[in-house]
Write a protein that binds this ligand. Structure first.
Ligand code: DLZ
Length: 197
């Protein structure tokens, strides 16, 4: 059976002003690595600057919702703090001497975060519980934080299924790297956030 992939959008989204986070689990690392590579390739293809792609790892997929929540919150706090600092600088007594050359640019909160994990079913119920917790957890994080969180979690019944979906298939063709779709989805959703703000 053919593996489904993302249908191209009519709009070519421009990622050049976006800041994108990638948080990934380390279970099934070779598959994870291929998915990250695919996601980053598409982010760059859409113009996201390398310096604006921040990659963080966590032990397993179960840790993804908490980690994504924390990096979104940290980026928002950091951006606000820097903006406050700049405001204080321009209003403060020494502002007359301040030049733009001495003033750093505020850092930018994440426009979207891609959560990447690979869950492969074992012989116990572990898989079902983690899949359920992670999918609900990531949805909650994006709605609570108002920041798009791309669901880059493969929930595969076999290792071969996961390999096919990372473009590492061992059959007649190598399958399709879903990481590429997640990179495109991050740029599209991140761009919407800016336009609707
Ligand atoms: C424990 C576990 C198992 C059995 N399988 C996977 C998996 O296939 N993929 C994955 O990302 N993580 C797995 N984990 C680890 C959990 O996600 C988590 O890291 C631990 O339960 C600690 O909270």
């Amino acid at each position: 059976m053919a593996i489904k992939g993302l249908t191209a959008s009519d709009v070519e989204y421009d990622g050049s002003a976006l800041r994108i986070g990638i948080v990934h689990a380390r279970w099934n690392k070779p598959i994870i690595d291929a998915l990250i590579t695919g996601a980053i390739a598409k982010l760059k293809e859409r113009g996201v600057k390398e310096a604006n792609i921040i990659v963080q790892s966590v032990p397993g997929s179960y840790e993804l919702p908490m980690a994504v929540s924390k990096i979104i919150a940290a980026s928002q706090i950091q951006a606000n703090a820097t903006a406050d600092d700049l405001l204080g600088e321009s209003l403060g007594p020494s502002s007359a001497g301040a030049t733009s050359a001495t003033t750093s640019m505020p850092s930018q909160p994440f426009d979207a975060v891609i959560a990447i994990g690979v869950l492969i079913k074992g012989s116990t119920m572990h898989f079902e519980y983690i899949c359920d917790a992670v999918s609900h957890g990531l949805m909650k994080v994006q709605l609570d934080s108002n920041t798009p969180v791309i669901f880059g979690v493969l929930t595969a019944l076999t290792e071969d299924q996961a390999l096919d979906r990372a473009g590492l298939g061992t059959g007649q063709d190598k399958g399709h790297n879903h990481g590429e779709d997640w990179g495109l989805a991050a740029v599209e959703m991140g761009s919407h956030g800016r336009r609707w703000a």
